[in-house]
Design a protein around this ligand. Structure first.
Ligand SMILES: [Zn+2]
Ligand SMILES: [Zn+2]
Length: 138
């Protein structure tokens, strides 16, 4: 199956995701939660929630166990130990899935969902047509 490959800044880690997984618009999500913001050092996280079977990671990301989560369950966050780029995270809410950072890729598909919108800065507009949630929908 054909895939698209993203890379961390130093290119030691690459992430190949099938085009099918990247094409699932409802799985392209912006997260405005504070943890994702800090982890990305940015306005928000833009991720694709992809089945593990659709992802191939080359290289050895380091894992940070994020324990300061809403659910209280640890959330492993993988990053490049050399350049610091965030790579993916996993979540007990999405078993068998990797939540991959779309900033690693040349093209970012349009997100269909925004979560933790209550954290979005007032000067940032909602994405036209995207579903809006104040927290993570159950
Ligand atoms: Zn790197
Ligand atoms: Zn988040």
């Amino acid at each position: 199956m054909s895939s698209t490959t993203g890379k961390c800044l130093c290119e030691q880690i690459s992430v190949a995701v099938t085009k099918e997984a990247l094409g699932a618009a409802d799985k392209i999500v912006v997260c405005h939660c504070k943890n994702c913001r800090q982890n990305n050092g940015s306005l928000a996280a833009v991720d694709v929630i992809a089945p593990e079977s659709s992802v191939k990671i080359t290289g050895q990301p380091k894992i940070y166990q994020d324990t300061n989560t809403d659910s209280g369950k640890p959330m492993p966050r993988a990053f490049c130990g050399n350049c610091g780029s965030p790579i993916y995270r996993t979540s007990p809410s999405f078993p068998g899935m990797l939540i991959i950072k779309l900033g690693l890729f040349d093209e970012i598909p349009k997100p269909a969902t925004e979560v933790y919108c209550k954290r979005r800065p007032t000067w940032v507009k909602a994405i036209d047509g995207a579903k809006q949630f104040d927290t993570m929908p159950k």
